[in-house]
Structures are given as structure tokens and as C-alpha cells.
Design a protein around this ligand. Structure first.
Ligand code: C2E
Ligand code: MG
Ligand code: MG
Ligand code: MG
Length: 278
């Protein structure tokens, strides 16, 4: 425990900082080992069209089944994998597995994969993706990649890389829209296939007019730009109805279906039973 330290005292040795570094180093080693030992796996969350309430595809979400820690959520290891340089390896594994899985789906639906900004700088992403498509036999138009606004911080070369990916036939989705840096200029500079409204706006749009206003404007913007808007984080029938009334074409969230290892063939019963707005 820390002793009382008054002004002018020499800063005491902070052992909690030291153990945080130890934890961190251990976690890095464990991620590396986890990749080697096949401890990572994917879950797939369905994405539904509001036009006919049919599923159009799934977002692949990486999970880690750690031998001692149990299930570790991505928020607790993606950032570290990015900082210690393991994200290229983990990210390539994710792309390859998702392509292989999707190629085996009888329903022929699409798969969407999250890609870290670091994967654009430490690997030749179009090469990695082309190789994953070739090896799996998946048709390129069944694959999308999801990038966040922070990806644009790597510099102008991002536009060229995105164009190379587009040329492969892969869809490009802007994820978590509205929470990053100067988002509107990215929409001007690159034609995305889809834009996902961040779930923080969906979360309180029924209760808070300010959040609803932002959702409304993104939907309007999508129509003007000719970009499909995906709303993520739908948890209630009210949220679904609100979005459907405003012609939001695609939705994703626990109300539609939870991420799972086996793909859902249709939305949850509650969705199919909930009223369709006029
Ligand atoms: P994201 O790409 O925005 O993914 C959506 C997140 O929202 C997922 O969290 C999903 O489980 C969660 N979610 C979906 N519907 C609902 C809902 O109705 N309510 C709530 N509260 N949450 C919902 P998850 O799986 O924990 O992933 C978190 C983030 O980790 C992802 O956010 C993505 O940024 C990152 N991530 C996941 N898989 C990968 C991956 O393979 N590669 C990279 N680079 N990042 C990944
Ligand atoms: Mg995503
Ligand atoms: Mg998202
Ligand atoms: Mg998000």
C-alpha cells in the first residue's frame, strides 16, 4: 500500500504500475500462444433486410477461449494485438476462417469482417484478402470488410488500398459511423458500399431527440449518397419500428439475433411477430 506522500517528496515506487506492465507482457505472450494453439474462434451475428425481414449476411466477430481466463471479449485483446504487432497475424486468420466458413454456407449469404487500421500498414491487405478468397473459393462479392474512421489516419494511401480492394469485388463498409474523426469528409472522398450507424446513437434514439436527430440525418445522407445504411445494436421492437419507418434498409442487433458459432437461418421469432410499420 502507498504511504502518504506530501509535497516535495520523492515519488514513490509504484508497484501497481509495474504489475500492470507484467500483466500486459503476459497477455501479449498469451495472444501469440493463443494463435498458435487455435484458441480463437468466430461468432456470426445476422444482418437483416427491413424490406422483407430476411437475412442478408453475418458479421464475423472474433472471440478468445483462454485456457485459464475463460472467454475474453475482443475489447480486451484487439487493442493489445494492435500495439504489439500481432493483429496482422490474427487478422489474417480471421479473414481466412470467415471466407472458408462462408464458402460452406448452404444459404449463400454474405460475410462481413472487421479489419484494424494496423492491418493496412503492416500487411498488403488486398494481397491477403485475394489469397483468402482464392484458397476458400468464396466469390468476392460475398465478402465485405468493415473499417472505422480511424483507418483514415494512416494517410492518403488508404484511398488507393480501398480502391484495390474494391477492384477485387469486395464490399467496403464504414463501421461505427459518427463517433470518429471528421467523418463527413471520408464519405465525400470514398464511395462506401454501406455505412453502419454506431450503436451508441441507436441505444438512446427512442428516449433522446438528439440521438434520433443524428440517426435521421445519417439515413437522409445515405439516401443522398446512394449508400445503404446499417443500424447496429437494435435491442427492441421500438427501435426496429423507428428505423423501418424511416426506410433504414439493414439492421443488426441482439433483437434480430445474437452472435453465435452456428449461423442463424432466420431472425428471432419476436422480430417476425413484431408489427411492420405502414
Ligand atoms: P463492432 O465491429 O462495432 O461490432 C459490433 C459489436 O456490438 C460486437 O461486440 C457485437 O457483439 C455487439 N453487439 C451487437 N448487437 C448488439 C446489441 O444489440 N447490443 C449491444 N449492447 N451490443 C451489440 P464485440 O463482439 O464485443 O466486438 C467489439 C468490437 O471488437 C467490434 O465492434 C470490433 O470493433 C472489434 N472486433 C471484433 N471482431 C474483430 C476482428 O475480427 N478484427 C478486428 N480488427 N476487430 C474486431
Ligand atoms: Mg463491425
Ligand atoms: Mg460497429
Ligand atoms: Mg462498435
Amino acid at each position: 500500500a502507498a504511504k502518504q506522500s506530501g509535497r516535495g517528496n520523492v515519488r514513490e515506487y509504484d508497484s501497481s504500475f509495474d504489475s500492470a506492465i507484467q500483466d500486459r507482457i503476459r497477455l501479449e505472450r498469451e495472444i501469440q500462444r493463443g494463435i498458435e494453439r487455435d484458441e480463437f474462434f468466430l461468432e456470426y451475428q445476422p444482418i437483416m433486410s427491413t424490406h422483407d425481414r430476411s437475412l442478408v449476411g453475418y458479421e464475423a466477430l472474433v472471440r478468445w477461449q483462454h485456457p485459464e481466463r475463460g472467454r475474453v471479449p475482443p475489447d480486451q485483446f484487439i487493442g493489445i494485438a494492435e500495439e504489439c504487432g500481432l493483429i496482422a497475424q490474427l487478422g489474417e486468420w480471421v479473414v481466412r476462417r470467415a471466407c472458408r466458413d462462408a464458402a460452406s454456407w448452404q444459404n449463400g449469404l454474405n460475410v462481413s469482417v472487421n479489419v484494424s487500421p494496423i492491418q493496412f500498414t503492416t500487411s498488403d491487405l488486398p494481397e491477403v484478402i485475394k489469397s483468402a478468397l482464392d484458397d476458400s473459393g468464396l466469390t468476392s462479392n460475398r465478402l465485405s470488410i468493415e473499417i472505422t474512421e480511424s483507418t483514415f489516419l494512416i494517410g492518403n494511401q488508404i484511398i488507393d488500398i480501398l480502391k484495390r480492394l474494391r477492384a477485387l469485388g469486395v464490399g467496403i463498409v464504414m463501421d461505427d459511423f459518427g463517433t470518429g474523426y471528421s467523418s463527413l469528409s471520408h464519405l465525400r472522398n470514398f464511395q462506401f458500399d454501406k455505412v453502419k450507424i454506431d450503436r451508441s446513437f441507436i441505444w438512446d434514439m427512442i428516449k433522446r431527440p438528439h440521438a434520433a436527430a443524428i440517426v435521421d440525418v445519417i439515413l437522409f445522407l445515405g439516401r443522398r449518397l446512394g449508400v445503404d445504411i446499417v443500424a447496429e445494436g437494435i435491442e427492441t421492437s421500438e427501435q426496429l419500428a423507428y428505423l423501418q419507418e424511416r426506410s433504414c434498409s439493414l439492421v443488426q442487433g441482439y433483437f434480430i439475433g445474437r452472435p453465435s458459432q452456428t449461423i442463424a437461418e432466420k431472425p428471432r421469432e419476436e422480430v417476425l411477430e413484431s408489427p411492420v410499420p405502414a
